[in-house]
Design a binder for this molecule. Structure first.
Ligand code: CP
Ligand code: NVA
Length: 312
């Protein structure tokens, strides 16, 4: 079977226009409110979750969301498919395309995800790679919009690693006209190529994106203070060095004093209290971490409805 030309993937937020991002938020709002009428939207579709790394939120929110939309879900854990080892990526993609309507993949490398997308005849959705986490950033932006009633002109201060989550936030903020100030230690800056792409997008919406070494600068005047772990999945061997390098980048009571008075705290989770964030910040009433986690499900339902309806 040759690749289905009509199919769309969501490997990075570059795959969506600004208008599509805003449309997805409208669809999300509708699906979140309309609890009784959503059971048929992807009826008859089976979606595979092909995961090379562990997960709580991504797996559970997709599984429950798919069930709520009337679809069927098959979880394929790290030992099941053994992507690229037991079987080549193209063979996995082509085989799964004969059974499934869409593949949600959490891969070790973004390269494998691109190959999956290229070879699969069905939509491939990034459930986290080493470079991007688009479903997370979509849920985050939707959550911010819920809290502030808008996105354009707000400022997100990200303190931490220039990694998958912050890369997707850079692209997402640029697309919706939100400013993003990042503070990272030396050598943990975002990928220069991704930053350049985000800056190109930001020019079109008026968003300002900056990277600094100083956490206080990133927190200053921010509406949102955002954290990710210092040691991501797959980086466990670098733990000791990372904990040393990120010393001074903790989000604590003193740091959030630089943010706007009505700031909100966000974290993609899982969190390590006492490392990237203190308990008094993550567990107080300015923190919206569980709204974010819940919204993963609502946004991903919108993504599924959108991508599956795009197929012929
Ligand atoms: N935020 C997130 O993707 O969480 P999981 O790794 O638990 O899926
Ligand atoms: N940066 C983290 C995000 C987890 C959702 C990781 O890749 O482990």
């Amino acid at each position: 079977m040759s690749a289905n030309k009509a199919k769309r993937d969501l490997l990075s937020l570059q795959d969506l226009t600004s208008e599509e991002v805003l449309y997805l938020f409208e669809l999300t709002e509708f699906l979140k409110k309309d609890k009784n009428q959503q059971t048929h939207h992807i009826q008859g579709h089976s979606v595979g979750l092909l995961f090379q790394k562990p997960s709580n939120r991504t797996r559970v929110s997709f599984e429950v969301g798919i069930a709520q939309l009337g679809g069927n879900c098959i979880y394929l854990g790290p030992e099941e498919i053994n992507l690229g080892k037991r079987e080549s990526v193209p063979d996995v993609a082509k085989t799964l395309s004969r059974y499934l309507s869409a593949i949600v993949a959490r891969t070790n490398t973004h390269k494998d995800l691109i190959e999956l997308g290229k070879q699969a005849a069905v939509p491939v959705i990034n459930g986290l790679s080493d470079l991007f986490h688009p479903c997370q950033a979509l849920a985050d932006l939707f959550s911010i919009k819920e809290k502030f009633g808008k996105l354009q002109g707000l400022t997100l201060g990200f303190i931490g690693d220039g990694n998958n989550v912050s890369h997707s936030l850079l692209l997402g903020c640029a697309k919706v006209g939100m400013n993003m100030k990042m503070a990272t230690p030396k050598n943990y800056e975002p990928d220069p190529e991704i930053f350049k792409i985000a800056q190109g997008l930001a020019k079109e919406t008026g968003a300002k994106l900056t990277v600094t070494k100083t956490p206080e600068e990133a927190a200053k005047g921010a509406d949102v203070i955002y954290a990710d772990v210092w040691v991501s999945m797959g980086q466990e061997k670098e733990e000791k060095k990372r904990l040393e390098d990120f010393n001074g980048y903790q989000i604590n009571k003193e740091l959030v004093k630089h943010a706007n008075k009505d700031y909100i705290f966000m974290h993609c989770l899982p969190a390590h209290r006492g490392q990237e964030v203190t308990e008094d910040v993550i567990d107080n009433d300015r923190s919206i971490i569980f709204d974010q986690a819940e919204n993963r499900m609502h946004v991903q339902k919108a993504v599924l409805v959108f991508l599956l309806n795009k197929r012929s």
